[in-house]
Design a protein around this ligand. Structure first.
Ligand code: NAD
Length: 456
């Protein structure tokens, strides 16, 4: 087997070399998962719940090591990485409650008894991106296991290390052999083999809209179930009556978090025109306070981009004549070889500009002025995406009106948070199909069986 070099983006240096899988290894992993399925679905709900709790405990014991590994490999600040590992643990604990609560219905019918069951799908293929590697894995793995499925997990080739640790920890925690299988290799080879494989019942994918389109098309060949969590270009709408200090203090985290490599990034900041000057002044204070640097330093607020390729792509959105209103500091020069890009705010921008329309996936925000609620909603909805977003206002009726009018799967009022383990997360429009987290995710890892028993 050939090898795959794993890079540490803050140093632009190889941090690990691991075997690179191809289509044959995918086939072998699917065969292991298929063989393990009858045994795993037969584990009693109480025992399956106990195993998921043991897995959560084992991950909690390994939390600091996992956080450091993720921080180095994905280039994220160690404080953020610890928070993410905390969510991983919480996600397995939450879904440990599911096996004993996968309830069906009894339905009144003539001539007998009718009831429904939630059946596992079989082998599910999980394809995960590099920006939140173990967190997004847990959003898929935990409900899939809880519902009685077996798994082939393909992490992103840039960030496979915590997934390999998960596979080891799961075995040690007592998850039976063959239930959770990790295959590390290129998406175009291993990912596409998983999508085409006749023994895989479902693909749960998080990644770009472009790759998601191809997966939806390829999965049609075997009528696979598919859930897609894709790109975003979310709006952070600040009305003039809002608490501007609070909105401006929170805005950088909402777009520069994870160096802007976040599908939920509120990368379009819409500001009501009378509030522009005050908001921009407060935003500048917040952006220039962000410390960009070594992910393992406790005080770091933002790390590097994931790769040289991303650095070039993000740079293309900030040409020399771009209206740069605010630029933070970032490491540079030959002593700092990582993939660094400073937090950057472009203003004033139009929603028609390329940087306002495309997902940049880097620390670049566009501030777009607007006049009145109607224009704000029109601009916010004028995108192919619909993943997250925020509204800042003190007018409660307007907040409710606007949340209903926005074409997006997740929206917050006077907050920029998007994700909680117990609430559904997913996109409208080209941001995706299906929901992760909360009770809704379980619908996507089960099929409903209807049983009628004649009694007459
Ligand atoms: P990507 O689409 O390039 O890759 C995602 C995964 O798909 C990787 O594991 C990759 O190896 C695999 N892959 C690539 N080509 C494939 C193919 N032909 N068949 C099957 N699998 C294939 O995305 P990325 O660059 O890793 O991640 C960034 C994207 O992910 C952004 O667009 C971002 O918005 C999106 N994202 C969305 C969410 C969400 O929940 N909506 C969360 C995080 C990231």
């Amino acid at each position: 087997m050939s090898t795959l070099q794993v890079i540490e983006p803050s140093k632009a240096k190889v941090m690990a070399e691991i075997p690179r899988a191809g289509a044959e290894e995918v086939d072998a992993a699917v065969a292991r998962a298929k063989a393990a399925f009858p045994g795993w679905r037969a584990v009693s709900p109480g025992d399956r719940a106990a195993l998921l709790r043991r897995l959560a405990d084992a991950l909690e014991d390994a939390l600091e090591d996992l956080a450091r590994l993720e921080a180095r490999n994905a280039g994220k600040p160690i404080g953020d990485a610890r928070g993410e590992m905390g969510m991983v643990v919480e996600t397995y604990r939450y879904y440990a409650g599911a096996p004993e609560r996968l309830l069906g219905h009894t339905i009144p019918v003539a001539g007998g008894v009718d009831m429904t069951f939630r059946e596992p799908l079989g082998v599910v293929g999980l394809i995960v991106p590099w920006n939140f590697p173990l967190v997004i894995t847990s959003w898929k793995c935990a409900p899939a296991l809880a519902a009685g499925n077996t798994i082939v997990l393909k992490p992103a080739e840039l960030t496979p290390l915590t997934a390999l640790e998960l596979e080891r920890i799961a075995l040690e925690a007592g998850i039976p052999e063959g239930v959770l299988n990790v295959v590390v290799g290129p998406g175009s080879v291993c990912g596409s083999r998983l999508v085409e494989h006749p023994d895989v019942a479902k693909i749960a994918f998080t990644g770009s809209t472009e790759v998601g389109c191809g997966i939806a098309a390829a999965a049609a060949g075997t009528i696979k179930r598919v859930t897609l969590e894709l790109g975003g270009k979310s709006a952070n709408i600040v009305f003039a009556d809002a608490d501007l200090e609070a909105a401006a203090a929170s805005a950088p985290g909402a777009v520069f978090g994870n160096s802007g490599q976040d599908c939920c990034a509120r990368s379009r900041i819409l500001v009501e025109r009378p509030a522009m000057d005050d908001f921009m002044a407060a935003l500048e204070r917040a952006v220039t306070a962000i410390k960009v640097g070594d992910p393992l330093e406790e005080s770091t607020g933002m790390g590097p981009l994931i790769s040289a390729g991303r650095l070039e792509a993000v740079g293309s959105f900030v040409p020399d004549d771009a209206p740069v209103a605010i630029r933070g500091a970032a490491p540079s020069g030959p002593d700092n070889p990582g993939y660094w890009f400073p937090p950057t705010v472009l203003a004033p921008m139009s929603n028609d500009d390329r940087a306002s329309r495309e997902e940049i996936f880097g620390p670049v925000a566009c501030v777009i002025p607007f006049d009145g609620e109607e224009e704000a909603l029109r601009i916010a909805n004028d995108t192919i995406y619909g993943l997250s977003g925020s509204i800042w206002t003190r007018d409660g009726a307007r907040a409710l009106r606007a949340t209903r009018a926005l074409e997006t799967g997740v929206i917050s009022v006077n907050s920029n948070s998007s994700v909680r383990v117990s609430t559904p997360f997913g996109g409208f429009k080209q941001s995706g199909v299906g929901r992760e987290l909360g009770p809704d995710a379980l619908d996507h890892y089960t099929d409903v069986k209807n049983v009628f028993v004649a009694t007459d």
